[in-house]
Design a protein around this ligand. Structure first.
Ligand code: TK8
Length: 348
């Protein structure tokens, strides 16, 4: 209840700011908001992510910072936070809604708890390659979903990349469908992910990313799934023995800004952050692809066994999750799902 009242207050404030032609709201929405421009106040953008400072997600954020600070002539300053210093994906999105944080870059899976249609990008075995994903996400259907975030007091500015996810665990190599049986796997907080892993035979448990390392270390879960860059850079080789190239889901990141904050910017400032998020996307995607290619061998060097999934076994996994995809396609709406399928076909 308290939360609802605060959301209302923040949006009323931003409407007032826009209405009286004042463009500079400080990030805290405090009393200096109404004369920010006049006294040359600097706007602070607090940008937080879940991954650590070695990850391409953070390098992308540094690129965004560089572009925004340079192009705004120091009028906007970006503070970058990594490793969940400002919270996990879900709590950071909530902070954006309230206007108490300005930027975050979650995976699409937790975004689906705010706008359910986002689940379509997390359909197992959907995207055949990163290039196809780029075209679909940057095309009409991807942009239409970014638009929908506005209903949730969020502004989606660009898609970045987390990448193809692969399963790790501490128990046994996963080579065939049956190897999932009974494995306790952490999933992101998303019903589709949960049901897909149940369909594969695993025993999935949803958890915020910030809890994951400890959960593996203490044996609360046997395994998890993430792209190679995350598995390596977060040091999971210390607590996981096996990795397989399941490539089961492609995770996009969504670069988003607090709508109350965005609405308080001048058009010129809005253009600067929009452009910077897009340019940083190109940079981040490139680095991320390199990282996901490089770090598989690093995982083996760190002592993990690597198992390839044969085409036959991959087909069995695809078949196992099909009913889950059908169920969610119906829930999301067949028009959106069809638009995604058409866009994938056109991109190939
Ligand atoms: C980082 C997360 C992470 C995601 C997950 O905040 O939760 O497993 O893959 O990268 O978005």
């Amino acid at each position: 209840m308290k939360k609802l009242i605060r959301i209302g207050w923040v949006s009323i404030l931003s409407v007032m700011l826009v209405a009286c032609g004042t463009s500079n709201e400080t990030s805290q929405g405090n009393e200096s908001a109404s004369n920010g421009e006049a006294n040359g106040d600097v706007l602070t953008i607090r940008a937080g992510i879940g991954l650590n400072s070695e990850h391409p997600q953070y390098k992308g954020l540094e690129k965004f910072k560089e572009l925004v600070e340079e192009r705004s002539g120091g009028q906007m300053v970006v503070e970058t936070y990594h490793s969940g210093q400002l919270g996990d994906d879900r709590s950071m999105m909530e902070a954006l809604q309230l206007g108490s944080q300005e930027v975050t870059v979650p995976s699409t899976a937790p975004v689906a708890n705010f706008v359910s249609e986002f689940s379509v990008f997390d359909f197992p075995f959907l995207f055949p390659s990163s290039d196809v994903a780029d075209e679909v996400l940057d095309g009409d259907v991807g942009q239409a979903l970014l638009q929908k975030l506005e209903e949730q007091n969020l502004v989606g500015l660009a898609f970045w990349e987390n990448g193809f996810r692969n399963v790790t665990n501490s128990k046994r190599p996963i080579e065939m469908l049956e190897d999932f049986n009974g494995l306790t796997l952490r999933t992101m907080e998303n019903d589709l992910h949960l049901e897909a892993f149940r369909a594969l035979g695993a025993n999935p448990t949803p958890m915020a990313f910030t809890e994951l390392f400890t959960a593996m270390q203490q044996g609360t879960v046997d395994g998890q799934e993430n792209p190679y860059a995350t598995i390596y850079l977060e040091g999971y080789a210390e607590v996981q023995n096996h990795v397989s190239n399941t490539n089961h889901i492609y995770s996009p990141f969504v670069f988003m800004m607090s709508k109350p904050f965005f609405d308080g910017l001048t058009e010129e400032q809005q253009e600067i952050v929009r452009e910077a998020a897009l340019e940083a996307s190109q940079y981040q995607r490139e680095l991320n692809r390199e990282a996901n290619e490089t770090y598989l061998s690093s995982l083996e060097e760190a002592g993990m066994t690597y198992t390839e999934i044969s085409e036959v076994e991959r087909m069995r996994m695809i078949e196992a999750v099909e009913p889950v995809i059908d169920k969610y396609a119906e829930q999301i709406g067949t028009d959106i799902v069809q638009a995604v399928y058409d866009a994938i076909e056109a991109a190939q």
